[in-house]
Design a protein around this ligand. Sequence first.
Ligand code: ADP
Ligand code: ASP
Ligand code: MG
Length: 439
Amino acid sequence: MKIVKFGGTSVGSPERMANVAEIITSDQEEKIVVLSAVSGTTNKLVSICDSLYAQNIAEGKEKVKSLYDSYLPFVETLLKKEEYIQKGKIVIENQFAAIHNCVDTSFTVREERIILAQGELISTQLFQLYLEENGITSTLIPALDFMRTNRDEEPDLAQIEKLLSTILHEKSGEKIFITQGYICKNINGEIDNLKRGGSDYTASLIGAAIDATEVQIWTDIDGMHNNDPRIVDRTEPISELTFDEAAELAYFGAKILHPYTIRPVRDKGIMVRLKNTMDPKADGTAISNKTIDKEIKAIAAKDNITAVKVKSGRMLLAYGFLSRLFGVFDKHKTSIDMVTTSEVAVSLTIDDDSKLDLIKTDLESFGFVEVDTQQTIICIVGQFVAEKKGIIKKVFDALEDISIRMVSYGGSKNNISILINMEDKEKALKVLNKELFGL
Ligand code: ADP
Ligand code: ASP
Ligand code: MG
């Protein structure tokens, strides 16, 4: 069985949904189809929640109404027979009733998560109605019945495996299953989600849970490009990446993949294929264990990074010092991305600064603490074995006009990370594209 995930733009209009139906019926293989919300919907749901948190109830209600209004023509174009249009309208009524219930009560994170879940609940039901109306048999398996997170708010793969295998066993013989990306239930049995862009993660978790033959991520571009196509004009798709290379690119900002997509499938060696819904014949990117000996493959950038420097005259590199220093980040459940050390100072970066004040206070017992916000990590990915010479020179030559705050090289053979000011990002990506790829 394979997993095929379609992102927001791929289900973004009735026409696009019809394309998805064509793609999933173009072969006979059993499949689980994971869908995102219609593009723009989750952003609008977030904006509704922002209004409700700010107690702008009237504004929140107006935004709900405008989203609701946008779904009526969607239903009337997607579905043709009156009977199906009515069924589609009932889906919209039901899911918007769930939103209204949250608007009319005191607003907490619990209500927020219920509202955020509605996009995927709507898209999957409408898509299934479309299939049904067109004579295509499919089975909806609600993600809320099997996607689970644990005490640490991480996906609970063992639970997912257990629940999903029972469901699939009960429905054995079916060929096409449909489910929601992004949404799950947490340890308290409440509706929750896998964070923005999380439908990719849903797909790879399901892939790992059922030992899928392959996980396909269908989106609006022909695979992973060698640089950020939103910023740089001339970028090219990469035909093959290793799991490690793809994981680095996803983690360090290549938006095409949720940062953790590769984790569940890497150990099992399940191939991930990135495909373009608008151009299904294009090769896309195949992500597997296969190594292609190409020095520099791609560049990505991750914004809103905070750099923390701890300067201490005493015992900085003494035994146990770094362990105690990292213990502060552990205590505040904040992960560190880059680290550099010298005899007198340690610099590191974090992307979640929600506990920064507490971290800073704790670190002050070690020495003088300096914080720089608004930083960007530029990540250059490829095969950088130690014997290869001149790669760092090429990178530094390209960045000669940009001030560099930190460099990390040698942590893995796949990654060179460079910290710069966020305002220099665009320029850095463009000059690197020219110098490293000649584009
Ligand atoms: P979906 O809604 O299908 O999940 P996303 O918007 O999350 O799609 O991801 C696809 C987008 O990722 C592309 O349209 C592209 O603009 C952006 N992107 C950023 N970096 C890259 C990259 N290195 N390669 C390909 N796409 C990228
Ligand atoms: N709909 C969710 C989002 O926009 C999840 C996803 O599309 O992957 O973030
Ligand atoms: Mg996405």
